[in-house]
Design a protein around this ligand. Structure first.
Ligand SMILES: *Cc1c(COP(=O)(O)O)cnc(C)c1O
Length: 368
């Protein structure tokens, strides 16, 4: 038996014919850039996530860059974020010329620890980027309260958390701008790169529309230098099909999670994901904190079970950020989690016998 960490084949099997039909409609009129399907998808997302504006773009990384630019973050500004995330979160801050300032995470949730944010605020701080890691929203009530008090902007990096909620509100809809990624391995993935900004603010919505197309308004007139960052019409056609299934897929992930909680809870050497009482999660990953993590992973791999480390090296000690002056030991929780985290298969279509095999092998490892 070979257990995959994620099986896109299984996800596409039942919907491929529907997707091909929608793609054929794009081929019928060759409207490849910002065709109707993009607008349709943006409208669907506005309704789904209860926001006024949804602006599709070329990737989740670009969505972060566009959001920072729309909020006028640039050289000389500092942006507070988490060191325990995919690189793009901090990479985008650096790319607009601003400085990432890293704040350690909460040991239970892997998300930025809001109680440590205020100590990191300086007169250069312009924004906070919380990340809703592995599908669980960060503590947005505390973060918004701090941001209001210090007049800071908030960008929610919701690449992994589409459809999750914090205190009854969709993640991504709470801060000034929320960003999404449709990278194939996200819960709503397209067949290539794709991303989106969402916002309640009309002016930000307009600015984002301009920024994704060279900052032009009207055509060939440029108030500022923007980007070429659009979601392909073909990718929108794919997403218009897949969005209909997303809630069902999230339920499937939660159902799989439930089985892990039932069957692994008694193993002292592993800590299962802790979900904050105000949060719902969509389990983009199911991430354990494991004793003897590397040995466990070797054992799982011997048994053909897919697993992965998200993330093996926190961002504050990445080579490209050496100039920021962080050293090992500065953010101990993130550093500890990088040594303990291991994600195991959680995708919706995971066959139950595969999941039971994963459970059996984890138990076997710790009983040895
Ligand atoms: C995937 C991801 C991104 C970047 O998205 P892309 O579409 O791959 O550019 C940004 N932030 C986080 C937390 C992610 O997981």
């Amino acid at each position: 038996m070979k257990v995959q960490l994620l099986d896109l084949h299984a996800q596409y099997e039942n919907i491929m014919s529907e997707i091909k039909e929608e793609m054929d409609k794009v081929f019928a009129n060759h409207n490849y850039i910002l065709g109707n399907q993009v607008k349709d998808f943006e409208n669907t997302m506005q309704d789904y996530l209860e926001v006024n504006h949804a602006i599709a773009c070329a990737s989740g990384t670009d969505a972060l860059v566009l959001a920072l630019r729309a909020l006028q973050v640039g050289p000389g500004d500092e942006v507070i974020t988490t060191p325990f995330t995919f690189f793009a979160t901090a990479g985008s801050i650096a790319r607009v010329g601003a400085v990432p300032v890293f704040v350690d995470v909460d040991e239970d949730t892997f998300n930025i620890n809001p109680d440590l944010i205020e100590a990191a605020i300086t007169d250069k701080t312009k924004a906070i980027i919380p990340v809703h890691l592995f599908g669980q929203p960060a503590e947005m009530d505390k973060i918004m309260e701090i941001a209001k008090r210090h007049h800071l902007k908030v960008i929610e990096d919701n690449a992994q958390g589409i459809g999750s909620k914090y205190a009854g509100k969709y993640s991504g809809s709470i801060g000034d701008i929320g960003t999404l990624s449709f990278f194939p391995s996200k819960n709503l993935g397209c067949m290539g790169d794709g991303g989106m900004c969402i916002t309640q603010d009309e002016q930000l919505g307009k600015d984002l529309v301009q920024l994704r197309k060279h900052g032009e308004n009207p055509q060939y007139f440029h108030k500022w230098v923007g980007y070429n960052s659009r979601l392909d019409t073909l990718q929108a056609a794919v997403l218009n099909v897949k969005i209909k299934y997303l809630e069902g897929w999230s339920d499937g992930r939660r159902k799989n999670a439930k089985l892990y909680y039932e069957k692994l809870a008694d193993i002292k050497e592993i800590k299962l994901p802790v979900i904050h009482e105000k949060a719902t999660t969509v389990y983009n990953q199911f991430t354990l904190q494991a004793e003897r993590r590397d040995e466990l992973m070797a054992f799982l791999k011997e048994n053909q079970i897919g697993c992965a480390i998200y993330y093996p090296k926190p961002l504050h000690i990445q080579e490209c950020f050496e100039n920021l002056g962080y050293k090992e030991g500065d953010l101990p929780i993130a550093e500890k989690l990088a040594k303990k985290a291991v994600s195991i298969p959680i995708y919706t279509e995971l066959p139950e016998e595969h999941q039971l095999f994963v459970i059996e092998k984890i138990r076997e490892f710790y009983n040895k």
